[in-house]
Design a binder for this molecule. Sequence first.
Ligand SMILES: Cc1cc2nc3c(=O)[nH]c(=O)nc-3n(C[C@H](O)[C@H](O)[C@H](O)COP(=O)(O)OP(=O)(O)OC[C@H]3O[C@@H](n4cnc5c(N)ncnc54)[C@H](O)[C@@H]3O)c2cc1C
Length: 469
Amino acid sequence: MRAHPLRVHPARVRVLRGGNPGPGPVLCWLSRDQRAQDNWALLHAQDLALEAGVPLLAVFCLAPSFPNATARAYDFMLPGLAEAEADLAERGIPLCLLMGDPGEALPGLAREVRARLAVADFDPLRVKRQWRERACAALDIPVLEVDAHNVAPCLRVSDKQEYAARTIRPKIQRLLPEFLEEFPELAEHPHRLEVAPHPPDWKAARAFAAPDESVPLPPPEVGGARPGSRAGLARLAAFLDQGLDRYAEGRNDPNQEAQSGLSPWLHFGQVAPQRVALDVAGGAARGRAGDANAGAFLEELVVRRELSDNFCWHNPAYDSLEGAPDWAQRTLVKHARDSRQYVYSREQFRAAATHDALWNAAQREMLATGKMHGYLRMYWAKKILEWSESPARAVETALWLNDRYSLDGRDPNGCVGVLWSCAGLHDRPWGERPVYGTVRTMTAAGCARKFDVAAYVQRWKNPIFYQIG
Ligand SMILES: Cc1cc2nc3c(=O)[nH]c(=O)nc-3n(C[C@H](O)[C@H](O)[C@H](O)COP(=O)(O)OP(=O)(O)OC[C@H]3O[C@@H](n4cnc5c(N)ncnc54)[C@H](O)[C@@H]3O)c2cc1C
């Protein structure tokens, strides 16, 4: 029998490397999941620290740069981390902040405090995988990885790239009774460090990040999201009260507030997807939300979101045309030389300067608020395919714009959303058309059948939106 019970399902945990444990604290390397509560990685790190009777030290490594992250992203992330620091401190767990290449900074800290072992969180994206690999290569203590982001752990769900939602759905649903469980509390940690190393200086961190200031965090008055777990949980509560009941019917209408708006907090790990799933499923069980609404929402939050992690984990070309299914690559190549009625440069797209008022309005919504409505995101990306000189350039442009201006960008969902729209990922061939080949098209007329396009265009007309760089 273990002296301290482990509270985290073993299938969430993977050993990245073995080694001899040091005499010092357990390190919990927060990267994708930047919160104190509802965090399986922290819970596992705490269990291992309690078992060994040693302190627990949370650590965040701020890299000198991150692809396409602007001031908008840092001014959402850093205050969220400051809130996590305070929440952790209440439980006797210091957060230390390293600034530098995480592949080197984390091993440096581990040597400095003679760490017992390190626990990292799971992220399928290349840059994070490289950090973890380099950190592991430079360490000689055990390193574990915990999937703290997915309800059903990504590596447990499937060992291959899934074709579509229909193939991954039953695999996830089978696992939900086992994994969709309530989180235990992060306990007050009884073993303390005398002096915690590298206490955060958030001002210095902001200066170190030196992001592109021409893309600021939008203020709440224009619909910008407030950073931090508390604001994210408040948003969840408001959605449960006012949005969920309209979700199935209203989520494809950008003039309604029927979507949750939770993606920024989910992306930065300030709110756990599993917390959202538990609250939505619990609310439905108590009759607070109809089954159709809860079911439609959980399909997006769990099945579609976790399909994105599956794709990015298994397909190294997840952010380029080469990641698309063979049929889609073939049809797009066949139609690559089709004449295009409009061809725009990246700058014209950025400045919302196309001929299409609906497209421009969607782009302005993203520039102004850091968010574009989910239904329009599909139309927006498909039109970038239609009006770019090549499909490869379209994927590049759509990802650049999405990652630079969307608060929830730089996420597996963005890669999948762009490849779904531009290159048939997780979809099937449709009727053959110029430029698109057999990739599914979307039209302004189709949008007009779904919602009041003129009202949406009117809403995003204000020229202030052009000022975002
Ligand atoms: C071109 C394009 C780009 C996209 N880029 C991103 C991105 O960068 N980051 C991002 O999180 N999502 C992205 N999506 C997916 C989706 O549009 C957003 O998750 C959704 O609009 C976020 O708003 P919400 O939180 O109000 O969603 P809700 O409808 O309230 O859904 C709740 C959560 O479910 C998940 N979800 C919803 N729709 C999808 C979907 N189609 N695929 C995967 N997960 C989904 C998200 O985590 C979302 O926050 C993109 C889609 C497209 C077509």
